[in-house]
Design a protein around this ligand. Structure first.
Ligand code: C2E
Ligand code: CA
Ligand code: CA
Length: 826
């Protein structure tokens, strides 16, 4: 893919990972749990309540059964009593019987008693006298002797005497319980007492059980808790006795366990008054009564469990159904988080969630729009509308990642800062815009053209072979040589272009850009239209090491020399001073220009020694000229690094003292960019130099970025307009404007102005007309070795005097005296 300006910019930010992934407790799970828990609670509640009610009903049922049993039991028992009473009253009214009593006819008495007794199956028919001595007793027929004994139940007999009749349950001599009725025999006064009774035995217990449906036991409550007879199995009787002994309050129904089974029990006392405490115990096994209730309970439990299960399944379904749109919304939000703004699956529902989804959709659109705006701001240079440096770096990065060959043309405009300062920022902006347009027009969409910052542009070319890329660089340089037209004014820009190729020159984006930038710097320094990056220059390789060694030797071998270029006072035409420019007489390479070693010396720090050597030579030459009676100001150049050397003033002073010169003969030139490197230090160091008596000039003015207001703070007395403005002043009106306004500005700041690069008479004429103070250039003389310069001076001075006297025009002097041929300055 070819990177073009229309290529979609990359995503704004790395995708935002969905925070924490899926939640552990999803809404669906929570809802399902909540519903299930509620349902479970309700079901359990219902089950417990009904089971409680059932158990209440069941216990009620048990008590009821016993109560009914007890009533039935009493009725049956009462019935028996009434039968006994009836028999007894019939018998006591029997005439023959009364007669027999009156006559004490025991056999008749026995026979009557026996007859009546048999009719109701009575077990006891006993007659006692008023003295309570038993007279006749049918039991005697079975061999039990009672006659002649005292009637064994005096309480009953007393009650009968008192109330006309008495009844009760008693234990007879044979140890068995009996239901007994006692009546007085009246004739009409009481003559005897009659006792009629049934024995309470197993048969009666069985009958009672048949009627009541309960187990019936007859027991003796006091003492040993003896059981007389019972429908229970004989093996259970001891346990029953034990229970009765243990239970203190047996007047109410109670529950008891015996032989591993639970019983509800009810004790029915049979003795109305006094006497022995005989009672019937009615009991019903709980299990039996409760069985249907237990079944009901189990059924309820099963039904409840099934309902709960169904409820849970239902709530899971409902929860999932309810939360599915929410899950979809979550997906949507996740995608927005990842920066995907395309329309996904829509959430279609008419409820609140549907509304929420619609809002989200609106938000998504808003975000998409805003992101594209932010992308524009992030990746676009607002001034030119071109991609900015960030975008360029990313595109380069992308190319390199795809390992596709590409080239960068890195371009820096010439003199832009000055255009900005002299013609205004608004104008500068329009220049930048026009430059951007021109580059784009030339490259016609097959390259990424970016504004890399300030007055720098970069072009990323893809899939071009290096030769092609270089041809484009040449074409671009040529295109920028043509003046731009802004508001009908031609503006002259020009640019230095650095070219780098990947993968040949770099593997990483920043390295690649640096290579192109470095090549651009070289192009600037060499004043070449474009320079291709030379990889061996990027590291201190063997060549560089040897260069350093060579430079070290150069000082001791005296291979460095200063060439002197005259500086002319334009008002008077007089020689006002010289600029000392270094040359290296290399033993093998011959004469080398400063551009070929100064940058390296600056990089390696060797510049300190070099500057020291320059100062030494300049001080020596100045002293020599002064001694010869022709003192001349010598300006030497300082590098940015030199300003960082704290003892610079001391070294200058020492050099001057060593050759017996005058410090005022020296002037130092610092480029505005070197002053800008560390403005505070620059102001301080230059102040110290000024204090020493040194004159200071700002060199190459117009090529850097410094503001005039900053320059004002520097203790400089003059500035030198860079030769690139001056040289083509005649051909390019814009350059002329810049030079002219610079002169005015400098004067308004109290600075003198030197124009460098004066090559022809027209330039000189203009400069003079505009009030430029000094001129320097090939027109007057090239940089020359001291001896040559002395010769030049010997000719120029007198010639000037002649010219001035004759024509008043000094401008032709250089034509008359073609000097500086041997300068080595090409
Ligand atoms: P610069 O300080 O701007 O020096 C002026 C340069 O312009 C010199 O180049 C000079 O030969 C050239 N020049 C002068 N008049 C004309 C003209 O009419 N037309 C054209 N086309 N060129 C002209 P040079 O000597 O090659 O020096 C280049 C740069 O090297 C200097 O620029 C200065 O920055 C640096 N340099 C030279 N000597 C030293 C030195 O001793 N120390 C340091 N630190 N830098 C030096
Ligand atoms: Ca200079
Ligand atoms: Ca200069």
């Amino acid at each position: 893919m070819t990177p073009t300006n229309t290529e979609p910019p990359p995503k704004l930010a790395a995708p935002v990972p969905a925070p924490g992934g899926r939640p552990r407790w999803t809404l669906a799970v929570k809802l399902a749990l909540l519903f299930s828990a509620l349902l479970g609670l309700v079901q359990t509640g219902v089950y417990l309540a009904s089971s409680l009610a059932i158990s209440r009903i069941a216990t009620g049922e048990v008590s009821e059964r016993l109560e009914v049993g007890a009533k039935v039991f009493r009725q049956v028992f009462d019935q028996d009593r009434r039968r006994l009473q009836l028999t007894a009253s019939v018998l006591s009214a029997d005439f023959a019987f009364r007669e027999a009593i009156a006559t004490n006819d025991v056999p008749t008495m026995l026979s009557v008693l026996s007859n009546h007794g048999q009719r109701i199956n009575a077990d006891v028919m006993m007659l006692a006298g008023l003295n309570d001595i038993v007279v006749a007793d049918t039991q005697s027929l079975r061999g039990v002797r009672n006659a002649g004994n005292r009637f064994p139940f005096p309480d009953l007999s007393a009650a009968a005497e008192r109330d006309g009749q008495a009844s009760g349950t008693v234990v007879m001599k044979d140890g068995n319980p009996y239901q007994l009725v006692v009546l007085p025999v009246l004739a009409p006064r009481p003559i005897a007492r009659l006792a009629v009774g049934f024995r309470i035995d197993a048969k009666q217990a069985r009958e009672l059980k048949a009627v009541t449906g309960l187990d019936v036991s007859f027991v003796h409550l006091d003492g040993d808790g003896r059981v007389y007879t019972s429908t229970l199995a004989a093996a259970e009787l001891p346990a029953l006795g034990e229970v009765l002994r243990r239970h203190e309050n047996i007047s109410i129904p109670f529950q008891a366990d015996f032989n591993g089974e639970a019983y509800e029990m009810r004790v029915v006392p049979l003795t109305d008054s006094g006497g022995s405490r005989i009672a019937a115990v009615l009991q019903s096994p709980l299990a039996e009564t409760l069985a249907p209730f237990n079944l009901l309970n189990t059924t309820l439990f099963t039904a409840g469990s099934i309902a709960l299960l169904l409820g849970i399944l239902g709530s899971v379904w409902v929860a999932r159904h309810l939360t599915r749109p929410v899950a979809r919304l979550t997906l949507l939000v996740d995608r927005i988080g990842r920066g995907e703004f395309s329309l996904g699956e829509r959430v279609r529902s008419n409820d609140e969630i549907g509304h929420l989804a619609k809002r989200f959709d609106a938000m998504r659109e808003g975000l998409a729009e805003r992101e594209s705006r932010i992308l524009d701001l992030t990746y676009m240079d607002p001034l030119t509308g071109l991609p900015n440096r960030t975008r360029l770096v990313e595109a380069v990065h992308e190319r390199l990642r795809q390992a596709s060959p590409c080239s960068i043309l890195y371009l820096n405009l010439d003199r832009f800062a000055l255009i900005n300062q002299t013609l205004g920022h608004a104008f500068g902006d329009r220049v930048l815009n026009a430059v951007g347009r021109r580059i784009r027009d030339l490259l016609q969409g097959d390259a990424l053209v970016a504004r890399a910052g300030g007055d720098e542009f970069a072009v990323l070319l893809s899939n071009q072979d290096p030769a092609n890329a270089e041809a484009l660089a040449r074409a671009l340089a040529a295109a920028l040589e043509r003046p731009l037209v802004i508001d009908d004014h031609p503006v002259d820009v020009g640019a230095a272009i650095g070219v780098a190729h990947a993968p040949a020159h770099a593997g990483a984006a920043d390295e690649f850009l640096r290579a192109a930038d470095a090549a651009m710097q070289v192009a600037k320094a060499r004043r070449a239209p474009f320079v291709v990056f030379e990889p061996e220059k990027k590291r201190a390789g063997e060549g560089q090491l040897s260069l350093l060694t060579e430079m070290r030797h150069a000082i001791s071998n005296n291979e460095f020399a200063l060439y002197y270029q005259p500086k002319i006072n334009l008002a008077s035409g007089q020689l006002s001073g010289v600029e000392a420019l270094i040359r290296w007489h290399h033993p093998t390479l011959g004469l080398r220009a400063p551009d070929s070693f100064i940058p390296f010396a600056e990089q390696t720090g060797y510049i300190r020694q070099l500057t020291g050597e320059v100062i030494r030579m300049a001080a020596q030459q100045a002293a020599e000229w002064r001694r010869a009676g022709e003192p001349l100001e010598i300006a030497f150049n300082l590098s940015p690094r030199d300003l960082l050397v704290p003892d610079l003033p001391r070294r200058i002073q020492e050099a001057v003292a060593r050759f017996g010169g005058v410090i005022g003969d020296l002037c130092c030139e610092v480029t505005e960019s070197s002053a800008m490197e560390d403005p505070e230090i620059a102001v301080e160091r230059l102040g110290a130099l000024r204090e020493l008596g040194l004159t200071i000039a700002i060199d190459d003015f117009g090529t850097g970025y410094s503001s005039l207001s900053y320059l004002q703070r520097l203790p400089a007395s003059g500035l030198k307009i860079d030769q690139s403005f001056v040289r083509h002043m005649n051909a390019r009106p814009q350059a002329a404007t810049i030079v002219r306004s610079t002169i005015e500005l400098a004067h308004s700041l109290g600075l003198s102005v030197t124009a460098e690069g004066v090559e022809d008479v027209e330039t000189l004429t203009h400069l003079k007309a505009w009030g430029c103070d000094y001129g320097q250039g090939y027109f007057f003389g090239r940089p020359m070795p001291a001896a040559d310069f002395d010769r030049w001076r010997g000719i120029y001075g007198p010639a000037l005097a002649v010219v001035n006297a004759n024509t008043g025009r000094h401008a032709t002097v250089a034509h008359l005296f073609p000097v500086g041929k041997a300068s080595g300055d090409e």
